[in-house]
Every structure is written in structure tokens, then in C-alpha cells.
Design a protein around this ligand. Structure first.
Ligand SMILES: C[S@@+](CC[C@H](N)C(=O)[O-])C[C@H]1O[C@@H](n2cnc3c(N)ncnc32)[C@H](O)[C@@H]1O
Ligand code: SF4
Ligand code: SF4
Length: 344
């Protein structure tokens, strides 16, 4: 695979502004969580040529168990796509279990996320999938949820089944803002469900992780600080997610972020995740909601075959070489929001 250089990404004039002594100090005191982060940091500091390391199996698998949802959030393509033929659907149980079996066999450390484009609690058997995954030895099983259906019986079900991480997408600090963004009057219920979940989940296993998130956008930006102040003492992580346009499926009140024209870096998605649509089509990008650029079919092939397959390899190469010639990536505006340190 061709290597690329940070020299092409960060102009030499900018790097020269940092004196060598400071670079050495930064390098010595560098706090990095993963070898990949270290590579990226050295790459930025020293302009070393670098090829992102590729694991044998995707570090993260997202399983789109359902695309159904009970909300119509203004920032989410789900609302618009619900009208589109073939968008809505549930994954067959056999396929869910086939994928979980492969993860357990190949790489039980894989972060296994039992949702993608819909609301995972729409499936009453969510807890069965979690339990199966955990009994098979998968270490990290997570969901993102809107929290509206996180009532006591459902909380108990998924906690006892062994869910290790939950992210509740709250997006607002007040009911008014919640109504604007999530088009729902259930703000107080979601907050209370989340607070109850924290207690119950930690009582079951103190290692369990709880995150709340806010997608930063025009209608909630003014509540950002209050949101952080309220949630930070209560949860393990508060995740302020940048707004994505999902390949022009949504945009924030007609606003497009103007990032100037930074040199483009390879997209971390291609090295960190694989997404299986409810119909089994395997895609490389979260923003390809309809799976129109699928690289394989999980019903026919293993995830490992697809991950290491020719199409995926060629796509990664086009990012490393800087051509970005794939028709979906070519026009993408969202790669700027996805960085190598905070892959989510
Ligand atoms: C598609 S939802 C599916 C899970 C669940 N229904 C929920 O709301 O958490 C997954 C995550 O994507 C986020 N999301 C949706 N549209 C987005 C956008 N335009 N930009 C950034 N994140 C977005 C949601 O806020 C949520 O945290
Ligand atoms: S963000 Fe989640 S809850 Fe909101 S419409 Fe999308 S899938 Fe549904
Ligand atoms: S560059 Fe854009 S379209 Fe391509 S994988 Fe990354 S986010 Fe998706």
C-alpha cells in the first residue's frame, strides 16, 4: 500500500513555526491511548511517512438490527428515508446470530454496536441479542438510543443481558429545544430514564459505561455549556458530536460549514468499522444509509472476507494515495468532522 506523508497535509511553513525543543517536549509528554494515536501524532510532529495500520478484523461492527424509529429528529436522515422503498426493515435473527458468531470467533474484543440507522429499542428481542453476544464471549456490546422507551422493564432486560455501554442521544438541555430537535415532548422522561439507567447499570456492574450525547447544531448551540455542566458529573462520557450532512441527506437549516480547503486526510471509517445493513449488505460508510455502495453481503460472505477483500483494499488505497476516487467519497463533506483521535 502506498504511504502518504503529513507533509502533504500540514504545510511545512506551519510545522516550522514549532521550535524543535517544543516538538521534543510534546513528543516526550505525548499522551496517547492507542498505538494508532501515537503514529498520527508523530506523523503530525515529524512529518513521518505513515500508513494507518489495518487490523485483521474490523475493530468496530455496527449491526443495523432495525431501521424503524419512533422519532423524527430534524438532524437525522432516518426521518426522510422512512418514506423510501426498502429503507425500513428488521434484520433476520439468523443473520444477527451469524454475525455475532463470527465476531465471537474472530475477535471478541470487537466493539459490537447493535444499532445503526434506527432505534434499537424498537426491537423487543434486543435483550436476546445482547445476551447471546455476551454468552458467546463478546466483550463490549453497546447501543445508542433515544431513551424514550428506556422504561424500567426494558432497562432491566438489557442490563441483565449484559449491555456494557449505552449512549443516550439527548441533544438538548430544555424541553423546548428537545421539541425543536427531536420533535418530541418526552424530554423529562428521557432525562429521568437516563438517570435511572445510570444507577441500575452501575449497580449491576460498575464497569458499565454510560454516555450522553448532543449533536451540535443551530437549535441547541446556546445550551451546550449547560448540557455539559448538568451531565458531566453524572455520566462516564459526554459526547458533543459534530453535525454530519450524511452525504447531503440533511443540513443544518441550510448551513454548510466552511472549513476552507484543508488538505484531505484518509477517512478513519475505513480502518475502524464495518456496517451491516438490516438486509445484510455491508457498507464502509455510516452515511450510505441505503447501502448503495455496499462492498459485500454478510449473508454470503464473512465480515473478515469483506474487510480484507479487494474492493475494501482498493478503497483504502485511494484514500492513502489521495485520489479519493470512489464516487461516494469523492463528494463527501463529512470526512472533515471525523478525526483519527476521536473515532465514533
Ligand atoms: C442514527 S441514531 C440511531 C440510534 C438512536 N435512534 C439514537 O437516536 O441514538 C445514532 C446517532 O446518530 C446521531 N445523528 C443523527 N443524525 C446526525 C447528524 N446529522 N450529525 C451527527 N450525528 C447525527 C444521533 O443523534 C444518534 O446519536
Ligand atoms: S437520531 Fe435516532 S431517534 Fe432520532 S430519528 Fe434518527 S434514528 Fe430516530
Ligand atoms: S470519506 Fe466520507 S463518504 Fe468516504 S467513508 Fe469517509 S465519511 Fe464516508
Amino acid at each position: 500500500m502506498t504511504k502518504f506523508s503529513v507533509k502533504e497535509l500540514i504545510p511545512a511553513s506551519l510545522r516550522k513555526l514549532v521550535p524543535d525543543k517544543i516538538k521534543r517536549t510534546i513528543k516526550d509528554k505525548l499522551i496517547v491511548k492507542t498505538p494508532l494515536e501515537k503514529d498520527v501524532a508523530l506523523f503530525i510532529l515529524e512529518g513521518k511517512r505513515f500508513t494507518p495500520p489495518l487490523s485483521d478484523f474490523p475493530p468496530m461492527v455496527m449491526i443495523d438490527t432495525t431501521t424503524r424509529c419512533n422519532l423524527t429528529c430534524e438532524h437525522c436522515p432516518n426521518s426522510a428515508l422512512s418514506e423510501v422503498k426498502d429503507f425500513l426493515g428488521d434484520m433476520e435473527d439468523d443473520l444477527v446470530y451469524k454475525i455475532l458468531d463470527e465476531i465471537a470467533r474472530e475477535a471478541p474484543d470487537t466493539l459490537t454496536r447493535l444499532f445503526n440507522g434506527g432505534e434499537p429499542l424498537m426491537r423487543k428481542d434486543l435483550k436476546d441479542h445482547i445476551q447471546y453476544a455476551r454468552e458467546k464471549g463478546i466483550k463490549a456490546v453497546s447501543i445508542n438510543t433515544n431513551g424514550t422507551m428506556l422504561v424500567k422493564s426494558r432497562r432491566q432486560g438489557i442490563i441483565e443481558a449484559g449491555l456494557t455501554h449505552i449512549e443516550v442521544s439527548v441533544d438538548a438541555f430544555t424541553p423546548e429545544t428537545y421539541l425543536k430537535i427531536r420533535k418530541s415532548t418526552l424530554f423529562d422522561r428521557v432525562v429521568q430514564n437516563t438517570l435511572d439507567f445510570i444507577q441500575e447499570s452501575k449497580a449491576h456492574n460498575p464497569e458499565n459505561q454510560v454516555t450522553v450525547s448532543m449533536v451540535l447544531q443551530t437549535d441547541n448551540r446556546h445550551e451546550h455549556e449547560q448540557f455539559l455542566a448538568f451531565w458531566e458529573p453524572k455520566v462516564d462520557h459526554v459526547y458533543i458530536r459534530e453535525y454530519h450532512q450524511h452525504n447531503a441527506n440533511v443540513d443544518d437549516h441550510g448551513l454548510f460549514k466552511n472549513h476552507g480547503n484543508p488538505r484531505r486526510h484518509p477517512c478513519p471509517f475505513l480502518w475502524d468499522r464495518i456496517i451491516v445493513n438490516h438486509d445484510g449488505m455491508v457498507r464502509f460508510c455510516e452515511f450510505d444509509w441505503m447501502g448503495e455502495h455496499a462492498l459485500g453481503d454478510a449473508k454470503e460472505n464473512t465480515l473478515k472476507e469483506i474487510w480484507q477483500g479487494e474492493a475494501f483494499t482498493r478503497l483504502r488505497e485511494s484514500h492513502v494515495e489521495g485520489t479519493f476516487c470512489h464516487e461516494f467519497c469523492k463528494n463527501c463533506t463529512d470526512w472533515r468532522q471525523i478525526n483519527w483521535n476521536g473515532m465514533k
